[in-house]
Design a protein around this ligand. Structure first.
Ligand SMILES: Nc1nc2c(c(=O)[nH]1)N[C@H]1C(S)=C(S)[C@@H](COP(=O)(O)O)O[C@H]1N2
Ligand SMILES: [Mo]
Length: 192
């Protein structure tokens, strides 16, 4: 590599040009988007459910970021299009106790993060990557992208956003992954 990216690549990571596919379970097949919805629930004044067509009508923005997978690959300069978290958060009123978020994906897969990390300006609900609709493997129709945490926090096939008063482990977190997952601090696994 002629250029070094030490300021952009966290410790222990290697830059890849590819886009590896990583997940537990199977890639969902959507036959009828009328049956898809995204639920915002838990510690909100009123729970809401947004259908696919309404979701796709929400204003979308472009985001550019680097992603860091706990299995040590990083992919730089991703261009995503999607809905900013604050756009979706305009639709609900949080209860004052809300401090954590559980993201719910298809097949009951979950991941947890603090509310303030979810609410960062850089967090988005992505529908496109590098100009193309997300492929089924990468999370079609909607995936979370939280670029400042390890990429396992970026739930593919997102279906629910739950607001909680206290932190609870999601799927990988129950299986030894770090509760927070800061790549710059190498918060990979809690058992080491
Ligand atoms: N629904 C769901 N989302 C998921 C996962 C999963 O198993 N299920 N795996 C996570 C992990 S461990 C990683 S590294 C990234 C991989 O995303 P990619 O396959 O688009 O590279 O998705 C994350 N989101
Ligand atoms: Mo991962």
């Amino acid at each position: 590599m002629s250029e070094t990216f030490t300021d952009r690549v966290p410790p222990g990571q290697t830059v890849t040009e590819g886009f590896p596919v990583l997940h537990y379970g199977s890639v969902p097949i959507y036959r009828d988007m009328d049956k898809w919805d995204l639920r915002l629930f838990g510690l909100v004044e009123e729970e809401i459910s947004i259908g696919y067509h309404d979701f796709m009508k929400l204003p979308q923005q472009e985001f550019r970021n680097d992603i860091h997978c706990v299995t040590t690959w990083s992919k730089l300069d991703n261009v995503w299009e999607g809905v900013a978290v604050r756009t979706i958060m305009d639709k609900v009123k949080l209860k004052p106790e809300a401090s954590y978020v559980m993201l719910h994906a298809e097949e009951g897969w979950t991941t947890n993060l603090p509310l303030e990390d979810f609410l960062r300006e850089t967090s988005l609900l992505a529908v496109k990557h590098n100009g193309e609709l997300l492929t089924p493997e990468h999370g079609y129709p909607v995936r979370m992208v939280v670029p400042h945490l390890y990429f396992w926090k970026s739930a593919k096939w997102l279906r629910g956003i739950e607001f909680l008063a206290s932190d609870k482990p999601g799927f990988w977190e129950r299986n030894g992954y770090h509760m927070y997952g800061d790549p710059w601090e190498e918060q990979r696994y809690d058992f080491d």
